[in-house]
Design a binder for this molecule. Structure first.
Ligand SMILES: NC(=O)c1ccc[n+]([C@@H]2O[C@H](COP(=O)([O-])OP(=O)(O)OC[C@H]3O[C@@H](n4cnc5c(N)ncnc54)[C@H](OP(=O)(O)O)[C@@H]3O)[C@@H](O)[C@H]2O)c1
Length: 340
């Protein structure tokens, strides 16, 4: 084993690392010099992601893996520890979906989405914990979504999987807290992001799929994942003002949101152009086996690479302090007016 325990760089596993948020996350870890194991299926995507990580300054190992298969996930984890060393951080990102009304999705498609998008996270977490728990050290980050709390039309299988991850995450967190474990698990709830998913997820929509605006560039979620990996004691992170708005509105008035989404959710998830009937589909086989699709999707001209909410979330202690100072000053000013 090429063990690098002394003065070694962080060793990170990222599932779904060949595209989108996973790819941007792998590159961001690479930029800080980490050794990154890239798990996904498509060879062209994996090879290009490995090049990106190395160009960013990291070390990459691409391991073709279908995360719906727990034996493949376990074999990948074993290979990482054998050839690279102890896993410090495991990030679950890989997912797939079907864009269609519930009644247009077959049982087989539903099962496949659940196996990749829910059980893939479970299997990744199992393989990570199997190694981290005996050492009492390590961090697992689950890439979630605002849709882990709020179901939307045309994405029932995906929303079910994200809700399932949320429930499983809470149970596991309680169990680790009960044991006073130093293994930490945290979840990062994402907004709509400009990634390739909108051109390769199986779609039965008449028009081209799009994320519900506002759309963020994948580097924003990636930096949130790194921050969460560095500060994993918080149970979850919310990324983007739209995520905060959705989760808050859903907590207060879910029934109103049902009706709002019934009215707006079909149009807001589709552009004006008709869907290409020959667009690739990544449900059963990778769509990036022969062609790399990169981290970004087709919405560069509409996506933002800034989020003030992310900054605020990281500095909530500072903001609470400033808020308290501001409130004290306001009370003081009012009191002196009252006295004069
Ligand atoms: N984009 C958004 O708007 C958005 C919003 C909220 C949350 N998220 C979350 O962010 C994560 C990534 O989304 P994304 O938009 O970046 O997705 P994406 O662009 O479709 O990329 C998905 C990644 O997962 C891999 N993957 C798919 N099926 C796999 C399988 N069976 N085994 C292993 N890897 C597989 C893909 O590579 P291969 O196909 O080559 O295997 C690819 O690397 C997901 O967990 C999603 O829930 C995204």
């Amino acid at each position: 084993m090429r063990d690098r325990q002394q003065n070694r760089q962080q060793i990170v596993v990222v599932t779904g690392a060949s595209a989108g948020i996973g790819r941007a996350t792998a590159v961001a870890f690479g930029r800080r010099g980490a050794t990154v194991a890239l798990l996904a299926r498509g060879r062209a995507g994996l090879e290009a992601a490995a090049r990106d990580v190395e160009e960013a300054g990291g070390t990459a190992m691409a391991i073709p893996t279908d995360t719906a298969d727990h034996e493949q996930v376990e074999a990948a984890a074993a290979r990482v520890e054998d050839e690279l060393g102890t896993i410090d951080v495991w990030v679950n990102v890989a997912f797939t979906s079907v864009f269609a009304p519930f009644w247009e999705i077959s049982p087989e498609e539903y099962a496949r989405v659940t196996e990749v998008s829910y059980l893939g996270f479970v299997y990744g977490t199992m393989s990570a914990l199997r190694r981290m728990k005996p050492r009492d050290r390590g961090t697992i980050v689950q890439v979630g979504s605002a849709l882990a709390y709020r179901g939307i039309p045309l994405q029932s299988a995906y929303c079910g999987a994200k809700h399932a991850i949320q429930g499983f995450h809470e149970s596991l967190r309680c169990e680790l807290l009960h044991e006073r474990s130093n293994v930490h698990v945290t979840m990062v709830q994402m907004p709509g992001v400009n990634t390739p998913q909108f051109r390769w997820v199986l779609s039965r929509l008449p028009n081209k799929a799009q994320p519900v605006p506002p759309i963020y560039q994948p580097e924003i979620p990636a930096s949130a994942v790194l921050y969460a990996a560095d500060h994993p004691r918080r149970r979850e992170y919310w990324v983007g003002g739209s995520t905060v708005g959705t989760l808050a509105a859903n907590a207060v008035a879910p029934g109103i949101l049902d009706r709002y989404l019934a009215r707006t959710g079909f149009a807001s998830q589709q552009g004006d152009e008709p869907r290409d009937p020959d667009q690739p589909v990544n449900l059963w086989e990778p769509a990036d086996a022969d062609r790399d699709h990169g981290a970004h999707g087709p919405f560069d001209d509409r996506a933002t690479d800034r989020s003030y909410q992310v900054w605020a979330s990281r500095h909530h202690g500072l903001l609470a302090g400033l808020g308290a100072v501001g409130a004290t000053a306001a009370v003081g000013a009012l009191a002196s007016r009252w006295r004069s």
